[in-house]
Design a protein around this ligand. Structure first.
Ligand code: FAD
Length: 479
């Protein structure tokens, strides 16, 4: 057991769990070894929680010496089992949540430098304290970490204006698979000195190295925010309104969140205390959010004018405008409650696909039809970031048929992903590949791209110890 002893010598006994001690809290172990959706459970030789970059580097060096795989975990809110070790039990699970310090806020450079285990909300709050906005925002922001956000290149509700995690990162500190510390923690907006290593690590889901800190972009806090929930007669109208909003609000448009009537219906059924301000007489709804640095009055006037024009032109059928911050939050709460309601009404299959915005309507029509032909009665739970062409195109089991339906997950994925491919889309716009989609990736990505990814993996992680069995297999490794 010298691996465990050596780990203890690096981080201290309190921060190494190996499940062997009689005092081991089995619930604590299970929380690390199972993903939050309960879809994956793995085993590990040890769960180790380093406190700083040096400890991470020492743990990685040690694992390299023992040839022990490392799975990195942040907030464990990922959707693809990327942070759950395999069942082999040979890996060390490295949890980053003790690397939770805000290192610097530079209000002249408009940047914040944070350790990777900081919770996203903590970063948002640290920015707000300095009257700045850190605009990454997603439903899991109270528990996901910034390292996890970068490792999965997370998106969320404000990508339309500010981009995804990749667009918000200026510099990274990374521990390489050999245990070296790559100090790329620069806060430069321009740096053309060779290969873009930062962007290689972002989105690599812990398969190339461990992100230990990041320098991120900040923005001015908006002076005014306007939110509306609007109803459409068709998906084409929703797309028309998206373009209309882009024209009317220009770069001030922050969110355009599409929801089918069924999504709002299940939220209403599961959380009746949440007031639904519109009747559900129309098939599609969207939450439109605009933020402005001008005056509240001016922002509201522009918002109302654009919505009124859309209404008069029969693009939207019904609308409610938030009159206060509380009302705006209530509208957002409806949107954010969809995944929770989904989990309550029954298990299903989640997809986070993207297709070119102009092709979304026929994609949804064709794929819905194909799914109904395959499994009559499946429930379509469709919502997402319309402005990014990214839909959570989820499929719920017909009532009482969960088990049989979930056993056919692979068939459902094939129908959806084949359709995504026909429409020139991507099988993952946000959540990543993890272990969930690893085996399917080569079928839906260009052969040469896959081959280059393998070469990169082999070059940067020659021992194949970084999050094995996730994203991509390297032909040389037996996972
Ligand atoms: P984890 O789940 O712990 O890990 C995810 C992956 O990143 C794993 O492969 C892990 O090995 C790797 N990893 C974690 N930390 C590091 C690190 N420091 N260095 C290297 N690799 C690392 N995602 C979106 O993109 N958009 C959304 O709108 C969105 N909404 C969500 C809403 C809810 C309610 C929930 C539960 C999840 C949502 N997600 C969304 C998914 C999830 O929150 C994100 O993927 C998040 O970025 C993961 O962060 P985490 O710290 O929980 O990472």
């Amino acid at each position: 057991m010298s691996l465990i002893k050596d780990l203890i010598s690096i981080v201290g006994e309190e921060y190494v769990l190996n499940g062997k001690g009689k005092d081991t809290d089995q619930d604590e172990l299970a929380a690390y070894l199972t993903d939050w959706r309960g879809r994956y459970t793995g085993r590990a030789q040890a769960i180790v929680r380093p406190a700083n970059t040096q400890e991470v580097a020492d743990v990685v060096k040690l694992c390299a010496r023992y040839e022990v795989p490392i799975v990195t975990q942040g907030g464990n809110t990922g959707m693809c089992g990327g942070a759950t070790p395999s069942n082999k039990g040979d890996a060390v699970l490295l949890v980053t949540t003790r690397l939770n310090h805000i290192l610097n806020v530079d209000t002249v450079n408009d940047t914040i430098t944070v350790q990777a285990g900081c919770i996203l909300q903590q970063v948002q709050e640290a920015a707000a304290k300095q009257d700045r906005l850190f605009p990454l925002s997603l439903g899991a922001e109270g528990s996901c970490t910034i390292g996890g956000n970068l490792a999965t290149n997370a998106g969320g509700t404000q990508v339309l204006r500010y981009g995804n995690a990749r667009d918000l990162a200026l510099g990274l500190e990374v521990v390489t698979p050999e245990g070296e510390v790559l100090n790329g923690l620069r806060s430069l907006r321009k740096d053309n000195t060779g290969y873009d290593l930062r962007n290689l690590y972002i989105g690599s889901e812990g398969t190339l190295g461990i992100i230990t800190a990041a320098t991120l972009k900040l923005y001015p806090q908006p002076v005014a925010e306007c939110t509306a929930l609007v109803a459409f007669e068709s998906l084409d109208d929703a797309l028309y309104m998206l373009n209309y909003s882009r024209k009317g609000f220009a770069s001030k448009l922050e969110g355009f969140e599409l929801m089918s009537a069924y999504c709002l219906q299940i939220v209403n059924e599961c959380f009746p205390e949440q007031h639904l301000p519109l009747s559900l007489d129309h098939p599609w709804y969207a939450l439109i959010h605009m933020a402005d640095s001008d005056s509240e009055e001016q922002a509201r006037a522009t918002f109302q004018r654009v919505l009124e024009e859309a209404f008069n032109n029969d693009i939207i059928q019904d609308a409610v405008l938030a009159e206060s911050i509380q009302q705006s939050q209530d509208l957002w709460h409806l949107r954010e409650s969809i995944p929770l309601a989904e989990a309550i009404v029954g298990k299903g299959i989640k997809n986070d696909i993207s297709v070119p915005i102009s092709r979304i309507a026929p994609f949804v029509d064709d794929t819905n039809t194909a799914l109904q032909t395959w499994y009559p009665g499946v429930r379509h739970i469709i919502f997402g970031h319309l402005g990014d062409g990214n839909l959570h195109y989820n499929i719920g089991a017909p009532e009482g048929e969960e088990e049989g339906f979930l056993a056919k997950q692979e068939e459902a994925f094939k129908i959806v992903f084949d359709s995504v491919t026909d429409y020139d889309g991507s099988i993952s716009a946000e959540h990543g590949i993890g272990q969930l989609k690893k085996d399917m990736l080569p079928d839906y990505k260009d052969e040469v791209e896959i081959s280059v990814m393998r070469k990169i993996k082999r070059a940067l992680d020659p021992q194949g110890l970084m999050n094995p069995g996730k994203v991509i297999d390297s032909v040389d490794f037996d996972y």
